[in-house]
Design a protein. Structure first.
Lengths: 139, 407
C-alpha cells in the first residue's frame, strides 16, 4: 500500500472513536505491535531529542525500501511513533521524502499534544525523513 | 478552618476555574508552576491601560505622575510585606530567574580563583545555571549541599563544606520539585558565621507563608509574582542596602543613570540603579494588588488549608498500589511528587489532561534531584487555596482510570 493510502486508512480508523480517551486506548494498543528496535541499537545517537519521554528510532535499507524500528519508555509515545512507522516503513526513500504528514492533523493528534510534545512529534518526523534522505543518497 | 467556608466565593474570583478542558471542568493542580489570576488582578491590568498608561519617573504630566505613584505604592507594599528596612531594598525584575541573574552576574566583581560558592542539590535549574556561568567567568568553585532520601538537605555536610573561602550560598526556601521547606534560618546563620552572603530563592515559599527578611537577616531574597496570583513577568528582588550598593548595575539604560556623558556615566541610587528602561508598570501595579489579595485571605489561613489538602491528598494517593511519593520531609508545602509503578509520568499526564486535570510531568527543571532518585521524572501536583478535596478525589479517580489503561 502506498503512503497516502495507509494514511487514509489510519484517519478512517481514528474516526471510529468518539472521544480522545478511546483514541488514546487505540494508540496504546497500536504501540504494542511496533517493530521493536534491538537493545544494542538503543544508543544516544538513536534517541530523538525534544521528547519528554525517551524515543529511540533506527532504520535500515532492505532492497529498495527503508525499514524503521523504534521504542519508547512511554506507551502513548510508543503508539504515536508506531503510527509513523506504519506509514513510512517498507516505503522507498523518495516516497518518504515527498510524503506529507497532514494525516496527523486529520486525526487531531497534533492539537492534542502540548507544545513540547508536538515538538517531539516534529522531531520524530524529521528523523524519519533524514534517514530517507541518507538512504536516497546512498542508492 | 476559616478558609473552608469561603472556598466557593474565593473560587468565583478566578474566571479560569470555570473553564472546560477537553469537555471536563478544569482541575488545576499546577500551581507550583504558576498560580491562577483573580479578577481584581486582571482588572488592575485592564484599568492601567484604560486609565493610567504612561511612562513612570519621567513626565511632569498627570498620567505619568499617577502611574509613578501607583508603581511606587506597589514597592511600599512589598517593603512592608517582607519587612524590609527601606523601599529602596525592593527591586522589581522580570521574575525569579532575572533576580538571580542580577545578583550572580554582579558577584563576578567579588570572586576570584580559589573562592567557593555553595548551592544545594534541591535547586531549580534557574538557581544553578547562572552560578555555573559565574564560575566559568571567575574560576570560583561550586560546592553542593547533598540531600537525603526524604528530600531534606544534609546541614551537617553543609557545615563541613562551608569555609572562609565561601563567598555566597544560594538555596531555595522551598523545593519546587519535592515541596521540602528548607531550614533557611540555620543555613543563613551558618553562612554568616564564615562571612558568606546568602541568596534565598523564595519562588515556592512567598505564595504560601509569611517572610520576614529582617528577622531572617538574609542578604538576598527573590520570588515571582505569578506564583501568588500576580501576572507573569514580574519578579521581586529584596537585597540588603549594603549589598545592593556594592553590586554593579546589571543592565545599562535609561532611568538607572545619574549623569551621562561619553566620558563617564554615574549611576542612580537604589532602586533605580537596577531598573534600567521602562519596567513592567502594569504588571508591578497588578502584583501589588495580588499581594493585597492574598494578604486579605491571610497567609496563615492559606498555609493551614494547604496543609489540610496536602494531608488529604497524601493519604488518598498512598491508597493506590505501587504509588511512590518523592519528598517525604515532615516540613513540606502542598506539593506531591510521585510515580506509579513503572508507568511513565508523561502517559499519566496525558490521560489526566484528557480528563481536564492539569498536572506537571517530567523533571520540573531540577534534574539533579531526579538523578539522585535515579528516575526520569515524576508527576507533580501542587495546590493553592482555591483547590478542594473534591478535586483531589477526582484526581484519584482519574489516576485509577489511567492505571487501567496504561498497565
Amino acid at each position: 500500500m502506498n503512503i497516502k493510502n495507509i494514511q487514509n486508512e489510519i484517519v478512517d480508523e481514528f474516526d471510529l472513536f468518539d472521544t480522545w480517551m478511546d483514541k488514546y486506548e487505540y494508540l496504546i494498543e497500536l504501540g504494542k505491535s511496533i517493530p521493536l528496535i534491538s537493545q544494542d541499537k538503543k544508543t544516544n545517537d538513536n534517541i530523538i531529542k525534544g521528547c519528554q519521554s525517551k524515543v529511540w528510532l533506527y532504520a535500515e535499507k532492505d532492497a529498495e525500501k527503508v525499514k524503521f524500528y523504534a521504542d519508547s519508555d512511554a506507551v502513548i509515545t510508543k503508539g504515536i511513533i508506531s503510527l509513523l512507522i506504519r506509514t513510512f516503513s517498507n516505503q522507498k526513500p523518495n516516497d518518504i521524502i515527498n510524503a506529507n504528514t497532514d494525516f496527523i492533523d486529520k486525526i487531531g493528534l497534533r492539537d492534542h499534544l502540548s507544545a513540547n510534545r508536538a515538538n517531539g512529534l516534529n522531531n520524530m518526523i524529521k528523523k524519519i525523513k533524514f534517514y530517507a534522505i541518507a538512504f536516497s543518497k546512498n542508492s | 478552618m476559616e478558609i473552608l467556608s469561603k472556598i466557593e466565593s474565593l473560587r468565583n474570583d478566578f474566571p479560569i476555574l470555570n473553564t472546560s478542558i477537553n469537555g471536563n471542568k478544569l482541575i488545576y493542580f499546577d500551581n507550583a508552576a504558576t498560580s491562577q489570576t483573580p479578577n481584581c488582578v486582571i482588572n488592575s491590568i485592564s484599568d492601567y491601560y484604560k486609565n493610567l498608561n504612561s511612562n513612570i519617573h519621567r513626565g511632569v504630566h498627570s498620567l505619568s505622575l499617577m502611574a509613578t505613584e501607583k508603581y511606587e505604592d506597589a514597592r511600599k507594599k512589598f517593603k512592608s510585606h517582607f519587612n524590609a528596612k527601606s523601599s529602596s531594598e525592593i527591586i522589581f525584575t522580570s521574575g525569579t530567574t532575572h533576580s538571580i541573574n542580577l545578583v550572580s552576574s554582579g558577584f563576578s566583581k567579588f570572586l576570584e580563583k580559589g573562592d567557593e560558592i555553595i548551592v544545594s542539590q534541591l535547586e531549580h535549574h534557574s538557581n544553578i545555571v547562572p552560578w555555573q556561568m559565574l564560575c566559568e567567568k571567575t574560576h570560583a568553585e561550586m560546592k553542593v549541599i547533598p540531600m537525603n532520601e526524604k528530600g531534606e538537605l544534609d546541614l551537617n555536610k553543609f557545615s563541613k563544606i562551608l569555609s572562609k573561602k565561601t563567598k555566597i550560598v544560594f538555596v531555595n526556601h522551598v523545593s519546587n520539585a519535592l515541596g521540602t521547606v528548607n531550614n533557611i534560618e540555620k543555613i543563613i546563620s551558618l553562612s554568616h558565621s564564615v562571612g558568606a552572603a546568602v541568596l534565598i530563592d523564595g519562588a515556592q515559599a512567598a505564595p504560601h507563608f509569611e517572610i520576614d527578611v529582617s528577622k531572617l537577616n538574609v542578604d538576598f531574597y527573590v520570588c515571582s509574582a505569578h506564583k501568588f496570583c500576580g501576572p507573569t513577568g514580574v519578579g521581586i528582588l529584596y537585597g540588603k542596602k549594603e549589598w545592593l550598593n556594592k553590586l554593579p548595575p546589571y543592565q545599562g539604560g535609561g532611568e538607572m543613570i545619574d549623569e551621562v556623558s561619553f566620558e563617564k556615566t554615574t549611576y542612580s541610587d537604589l532602586p533605580n540603579k537596577f531598573e534600567a528602561g521602562t519596567p513592567n508598570i502594569a504588571g508591578v501595579i497588578a502584583s501589588g494588588v495580588a499581594l493585597d489579595y492574598i494578604n486579605n485571605i491571610g497567609l496563615k489561613h492559606i498555609k493551614e488549608y494547604e496543609n489540610y489538602l496536602l494531608d488529604y491528598a497524601t493519604k488518598k494517593l498512598l491508597e493506590i498500589d505501587d504509588l511512590k511519593i518523592y519528598g517525604e520531609s515532615k516540613n513540606k508545602t502542598s506539593v506531591v511528587s510521585f510515580n506509579i509503578g513503572k508507568i511513565h509520568p508523561y502517559d499519566i499526564g496525558s490521560i489526566l489532561d484528557n480528563l481536564g486535570i492539569a498536572v506537571r510531568t517530567g523533571q520540573h527543571c531540577a534534574q539533579p534531584i531526579m538523578d539522585y532518585f535515579k528516575i526520569s521524572g515524576t508527576i507533580r501536583i501542587s495546590f493553592y487555596f482555591y483547590n478542594t478535596t473534591d478535586e483531589i478525589d477526582k484526581l484519584v479517580d482519574g489516576l485509577n482510570r489511567a492505571i487501567k489503561m496504561l498497565s
